[in-house]
Ligand binder design. Sequence first.
Ligand SMILES: [Zn+2]
Ligand SMILES: [Zn+2]
Length: 302
Amino acid sequence: MISALLYPPRNYTEAEMVHEEETRVLQGLWDYVHKGNEYYMTSSLFPPFYALSIDWSFVLIFTFIDLWLCDFSFFKNSKIQKDRKVSWSLIKKSIKLQFWNCVLWIFPMAAAQWCWVPDLVLPRLAPTLWEFFSQITIYFLMFDMTYFWFHYIHHKNKTLYRWCHSVHHMYSSPFAAAAQHLHPFELFFVGGFITVVPWMFDTHPLTYYTWFLVAQLVSYEVHMGYDFPFALHRFFKFYSGAPAHDMHHLRPLTCFQPWLNYMDRLMGYHITYDDLKAMADEKNRRFGLYDKEDEAGLDKHN
Ligand SMILES: [Zn+2]
Ligand SMILES: [Zn+2]
Protein backbone atom coordinates (compact mmCIF):
# COMPACT_ATOMS: atom_id res chain seq x y z
CA MET A 1 0.00 0.00 0.00
CA ILE A 2 2.62 2.58 1.15
CA SER A 3 5.01 1.04 -1.32
CA ALA A 4 2.57 1.58 -4.21
CA LEU A 5 2.01 5.20 -3.11
CA LEU A 6 5.69 6.04 -2.81
CA TYR A 7 6.83 3.99 -5.78
CA PRO A 8 3.96 3.62 -8.29
CA PRO A 9 4.63 0.54 -10.47
CA ARG A 10 5.12 1.18 -14.19
CA ASN A 11 5.26 -0.99 -17.29
CA TYR A 12 7.78 0.27 -19.81
CA THR A 13 7.74 -0.21 -23.56
CA GLU A 14 11.08 -1.26 -25.08
CA ALA A 15 11.73 2.33 -26.23
CA GLU A 16 10.98 3.69 -22.73
CA MET A 17 13.20 1.01 -21.23
CA VAL A 18 16.14 2.08 -23.43
CA HIS A 19 15.48 5.73 -22.50
CA GLU A 20 15.47 4.87 -18.78
CA GLU A 21 18.70 2.88 -19.18
CA GLU A 22 20.34 5.92 -20.75
CA THR A 23 19.11 8.41 -18.16
CA ARG A 24 19.15 6.66 -14.76
CA VAL A 25 22.13 7.86 -12.72
CA LEU A 26 22.75 4.46 -11.10
CA GLN A 27 22.49 2.45 -14.35
CA GLY A 28 26.26 2.36 -14.94
CA LEU A 29 26.90 1.13 -11.40
CA TRP A 30 24.15 -1.50 -11.62
CA ASP A 31 25.43 -2.81 -14.98
CA TYR A 32 28.98 -2.94 -13.59
CA VAL A 33 27.83 -4.83 -10.49
CA HIS A 34 25.54 -7.42 -12.04
CA LYS A 35 26.66 -8.07 -15.62
CA GLY A 36 28.79 -11.20 -15.66
CA ASN A 37 27.94 -11.95 -11.99
CA GLU A 38 24.38 -13.18 -12.59
CA TYR A 39 25.27 -16.75 -11.57
CA TYR A 40 26.26 -15.62 -8.03
CA MET A 41 23.87 -12.70 -7.57
CA THR A 42 20.71 -14.63 -8.41
CA SER A 43 21.48 -17.38 -5.88
CA SER A 44 19.51 -17.34 -2.64
CA LEU A 45 22.82 -18.14 -0.92
CA PHE A 46 24.27 -14.80 -2.03
CA PRO A 47 22.72 -12.53 0.70
CA PRO A 48 24.06 -14.47 3.73
CA PHE A 49 27.52 -14.92 2.21
CA TYR A 50 27.64 -11.30 1.09
CA ALA A 51 26.74 -10.19 4.65
CA LEU A 52 29.32 -12.52 6.20
CA SER A 53 32.04 -11.33 3.83
CA ILE A 54 31.41 -7.72 4.94
CA ASP A 55 31.56 -8.84 8.60
CA TRP A 56 34.83 -10.69 8.27
CA SER A 57 36.42 -7.92 6.19
CA PHE A 58 35.76 -5.39 8.96
CA VAL A 59 36.96 -7.81 11.63
CA LEU A 60 40.18 -8.48 9.67
CA ILE A 61 40.95 -4.80 8.99
CA PHE A 62 40.31 -3.63 12.54
CA THR A 63 41.99 -6.63 14.17
CA PHE A 64 45.09 -5.73 12.17
CA ILE A 65 44.81 -2.10 13.36
CA ASP A 66 44.11 -3.09 16.99
CA LEU A 67 47.01 -5.52 17.22
CA TRP A 68 49.71 -4.00 15.04
CA LEU A 69 48.96 -0.34 14.31
CA CYS A 70 47.52 0.76 17.66
CA ASP A 71 50.77 2.50 18.72
CA PHE A 72 50.83 4.76 15.65
CA SER A 73 49.99 8.27 16.86
CA PHE A 74 46.94 8.60 14.56
CA PHE A 75 45.27 5.52 16.09
CA LYS A 76 46.60 6.20 19.60
CA ASN A 77 45.12 9.71 19.58
CA SER A 78 41.81 8.48 18.15
CA LYS A 79 41.35 5.61 20.63
CA ILE A 80 38.40 6.38 22.89
CA GLN A 81 39.26 4.32 25.97
CA LYS A 82 42.98 4.97 25.89
CA ASP A 83 43.75 2.91 28.99
CA ARG A 84 42.32 -0.29 27.44
CA LYS A 85 44.35 -2.38 25.03
CA VAL A 86 42.75 -4.81 22.60
CA SER A 87 44.55 -8.15 22.92
CA TRP A 88 44.43 -11.27 20.77
CA SER A 89 42.91 -13.24 23.66
CA LEU A 90 39.94 -10.79 23.79
CA ILE A 91 39.47 -10.97 20.02
CA LYS A 92 39.80 -14.77 20.05
CA LYS A 93 36.94 -15.12 22.58
CA SER A 94 34.66 -13.07 20.33
CA ILE A 95 35.65 -14.90 17.14
CA LYS A 96 34.96 -18.22 18.88
CA LEU A 97 31.38 -17.16 19.70
CA GLN A 98 30.85 -15.87 16.16
CA PHE A 99 32.16 -19.15 14.74
CA TRP A 100 29.58 -21.10 16.75
CA ASN A 101 26.84 -18.62 15.81
CA CYS A 102 27.73 -19.27 12.17
CA VAL A 103 27.84 -23.06 12.50
CA LEU A 104 24.70 -23.45 14.59
CA TRP A 105 22.60 -20.63 13.24
CA ILE A 106 23.71 -18.73 10.14
CA PHE A 107 24.79 -21.69 7.97
CA PRO A 108 21.58 -23.72 8.68
CA MET A 109 19.50 -20.58 7.89
CA ALA A 110 21.46 -20.09 4.66
CA ALA A 111 20.83 -23.76 3.77
CA ALA A 112 17.09 -23.32 4.46
CA GLN A 113 17.09 -20.25 2.24
CA TRP A 114 18.88 -22.21 -0.48
CA CYS A 115 16.21 -24.95 -0.35
CA TRP A 116 13.08 -22.82 -0.08
CA VAL A 117 13.72 -19.30 -1.36
CA PRO A 118 13.55 -19.09 -5.17
CA ASP A 119 16.51 -17.64 -7.06
CA LEU A 120 16.38 -13.89 -7.62
CA VAL A 121 15.50 -12.37 -11.00
CA LEU A 122 17.84 -9.44 -11.66
CA PRO A 123 16.04 -6.45 -13.21
CA ARG A 124 17.44 -4.78 -16.30
CA LEU A 125 16.97 -1.24 -14.96
CA ALA A 126 18.80 0.30 -12.01
CA PRO A 127 16.69 1.84 -9.22
CA THR A 128 15.91 5.54 -9.53
CA LEU A 129 17.80 7.86 -7.16
CA TRP A 130 14.53 8.47 -5.28
CA GLU A 131 13.90 4.74 -4.77
CA PHE A 132 17.50 4.10 -3.77
CA PHE A 133 17.96 6.88 -1.19
CA SER A 134 14.42 7.01 0.22
CA GLN A 135 14.29 3.25 0.82
CA ILE A 136 17.69 3.11 2.52
CA THR A 137 16.67 6.09 4.70
CA ILE A 138 13.37 4.39 5.66
CA TYR A 139 15.12 1.11 6.57
CA PHE A 140 17.78 3.02 8.52
CA LEU A 141 15.20 4.94 10.58
CA MET A 142 13.04 1.83 11.12
CA PHE A 143 15.95 -0.29 12.31
CA ASP A 144 17.26 2.47 14.55
CA MET A 145 13.90 3.00 16.26
CA THR A 146 13.03 -0.71 16.57
CA TYR A 147 16.44 -1.64 17.94
CA PHE A 148 16.27 1.28 20.38
CA TRP A 149 13.17 -0.27 22.05
CA PHE A 150 14.50 -3.84 21.83
CA HIS A 151 17.73 -2.64 23.43
CA TYR A 152 16.02 -0.46 26.05
CA ILE A 153 13.75 -3.34 27.17
CA HIS A 154 16.72 -5.73 27.33
CA HIS A 155 18.48 -3.36 29.72
CA LYS A 156 15.48 -2.45 31.86
CA ASN A 157 14.29 -6.05 32.28
CA LYS A 158 16.99 -7.78 34.29
CA THR A 159 15.90 -11.31 33.28
CA LEU A 160 16.19 -10.42 29.59
CA TYR A 161 19.49 -8.69 30.23
CA ARG A 162 21.01 -11.64 32.05
CA TRP A 163 19.64 -14.22 29.59
CA CYS A 164 20.38 -12.44 26.31
CA HIS A 165 21.87 -8.98 25.98
CA SER A 166 24.56 -9.35 28.70
CA VAL A 167 26.50 -11.50 26.18
CA HIS A 168 27.11 -8.36 24.10
CA HIS A 169 28.21 -6.50 27.25
CA MET A 170 31.03 -8.92 28.04
CA TYR A 171 33.24 -6.15 26.64
CA SER A 172 33.12 -2.78 28.39
CA SER A 173 35.59 -1.37 25.86
CA PRO A 174 34.36 -2.43 22.43
CA PHE A 175 36.44 -3.26 19.35
CA ALA A 176 35.33 -4.21 15.84
CA ALA A 177 35.25 -7.98 16.41
CA ALA A 178 32.89 -7.41 19.37
CA ALA A 179 30.19 -5.88 17.13
CA GLN A 180 28.85 -9.35 16.36
CA HIS A 181 29.47 -10.73 19.83
CA LEU A 182 25.79 -11.48 20.31
CA HIS A 183 23.52 -14.04 21.95
CA PRO A 184 21.94 -16.17 19.16
CA PHE A 185 18.50 -14.67 19.90
CA GLU A 186 19.81 -11.12 19.47
CA LEU A 187 21.62 -12.16 16.30
CA PHE A 188 18.36 -13.65 15.00
CA PHE A 189 16.46 -10.44 15.78
CA VAL A 190 19.04 -8.06 14.31
CA GLY A 191 19.89 -10.18 11.25
CA GLY A 192 16.23 -11.01 10.62
CA PHE A 193 15.17 -7.36 10.81
CA ILE A 194 17.88 -6.15 8.44
CA THR A 195 17.05 -8.95 5.97
CA VAL A 196 13.27 -8.82 6.10
CA VAL A 197 12.42 -5.10 6.31
CA PRO A 198 13.29 -4.43 2.63
CA TRP A 199 10.79 -7.15 1.67
CA MET A 200 8.03 -4.66 2.65
CA PHE A 201 8.87 -2.67 -0.46
CA ASP A 202 9.68 -3.77 -3.93
CA THR A 203 13.38 -3.33 -3.17
CA HIS A 204 15.85 -3.39 -6.04
CA PRO A 205 18.83 -5.75 -5.46
CA LEU A 206 21.26 -2.80 -5.70
CA THR A 207 19.33 -0.99 -2.94
CA TYR A 208 19.05 -4.20 -0.90
CA TYR A 209 22.77 -4.94 -0.96
CA THR A 210 23.69 -1.30 -0.34
CA TRP A 211 21.39 -1.33 2.70
CA PHE A 212 23.24 -4.42 4.02
CA LEU A 213 26.52 -2.58 3.56
CA VAL A 214 25.24 0.61 5.27
CA ALA A 215 23.78 -1.34 8.22
CA GLN A 216 27.01 -3.26 8.77
CA LEU A 217 29.24 -0.21 8.21
CA VAL A 218 27.42 1.73 10.91
CA SER A 219 27.35 -1.24 13.32
CA TYR A 220 31.11 -1.71 12.98
CA GLU A 221 31.77 2.02 13.17
CA VAL A 222 30.01 2.36 16.53
CA HIS A 223 31.99 -0.60 17.94
CA MET A 224 35.47 0.08 16.56
CA GLY A 225 36.60 2.02 19.66
CA TYR A 226 38.14 4.92 17.68
CA ASP A 227 36.87 8.48 17.35
CA PHE A 228 38.45 9.55 14.05
CA PRO A 229 38.66 13.28 13.15
CA PHE A 230 36.56 12.68 10.02
CA ALA A 231 33.81 10.72 11.85
CA LEU A 232 30.23 11.55 10.87
CA HIS A 233 29.05 12.40 14.40
CA ARG A 234 31.35 15.46 14.35
CA PHE A 235 29.22 16.91 11.53
CA PHE A 236 25.74 15.61 12.45
CA LYS A 237 24.66 16.21 16.01
CA PHE A 238 21.98 13.49 15.96
CA TYR A 239 24.30 10.76 14.64
CA SER A 240 25.70 8.67 17.52
CA GLY A 241 28.97 7.38 16.11
CA ALA A 242 31.60 5.48 18.10
CA PRO A 243 31.79 7.72 21.23
CA ALA A 244 28.10 7.24 22.15
CA HIS A 245 28.07 3.46 21.76
CA ASP A 246 31.46 3.18 23.42
CA MET A 247 29.90 5.07 26.34
CA HIS A 248 27.03 2.55 26.32
CA HIS A 249 29.52 -0.32 26.78
CA LEU A 250 31.26 1.59 29.60
CA ARG A 251 28.02 2.74 31.26
CA PRO A 252 25.35 0.27 30.06
CA LEU A 253 22.37 2.28 31.28
CA THR A 254 23.10 5.21 28.92
CA CYS A 255 23.04 5.77 25.13
CA PHE A 256 20.63 3.01 24.07
CA GLN A 257 19.94 4.21 20.53
CA PRO A 258 22.26 2.37 18.14
CA TRP A 259 22.82 4.78 15.25
CA LEU A 260 21.13 8.12 15.97
CA ASN A 261 20.63 9.74 19.37
CA TYR A 262 17.38 11.74 19.31
CA MET A 263 15.52 9.20 21.50
CA ASP A 264 18.35 9.17 24.06
CA ARG A 265 18.38 12.98 24.08
CA LEU A 266 14.58 13.08 24.52
CA MET A 267 14.64 10.55 27.37
CA GLY A 268 17.79 11.89 29.06
CA TYR A 269 20.09 8.95 28.33
CA HIS A 270 22.55 10.72 26.05
CA ILE A 271 25.76 11.05 28.09
CA THR A 272 29.18 12.06 26.73
CA TYR A 273 32.70 11.54 28.11
CA ASP A 274 32.77 15.26 28.95
CA ASP A 275 29.57 14.79 31.01
CA LEU A 276 31.23 11.91 32.92
CA LYS A 277 34.28 14.06 33.65
CA ALA A 278 32.09 16.98 34.77
CA MET A 279 30.18 14.62 37.10
CA ALA A 280 33.44 13.27 38.57
CA ASP A 281 34.77 16.83 39.06
CA GLU A 282 31.51 17.86 40.75
CA LYS A 283 31.68 14.79 43.04
CA ASN A 284 35.26 15.61 43.99
CA ARG A 285 34.39 19.26 44.71
CA ARG A 286 31.37 18.37 46.84
CA PHE A 287 32.97 15.51 48.75
CA GLY A 288 36.37 17.03 49.31
CA LEU A 289 38.67 15.16 46.92
CA TYR A 290 41.46 16.56 44.77
CA ASP A 291 41.50 15.72 41.06
CA LYS A 292 44.10 13.16 39.94
CA GLU A 293 46.03 15.94 38.13
CA ASP A 294 46.20 18.05 41.32
CA GLU A 295 47.81 15.19 43.23
CA ALA A 296 50.09 13.94 40.46
CA GLY A 297 53.74 13.66 41.62
CA LEU A 298 52.98 14.30 45.31
CA ASP A 299 54.34 11.89 47.93
CA LYS A 300 51.66 9.67 49.51
CA HIS A 301 52.58 7.11 52.15
CA ASN A 302 49.38 5.05 52.17
ZN1 LIG B 1 27.50 -2.74 21.34
ZN1 LIG C 1 23.31 -2.74 25.53
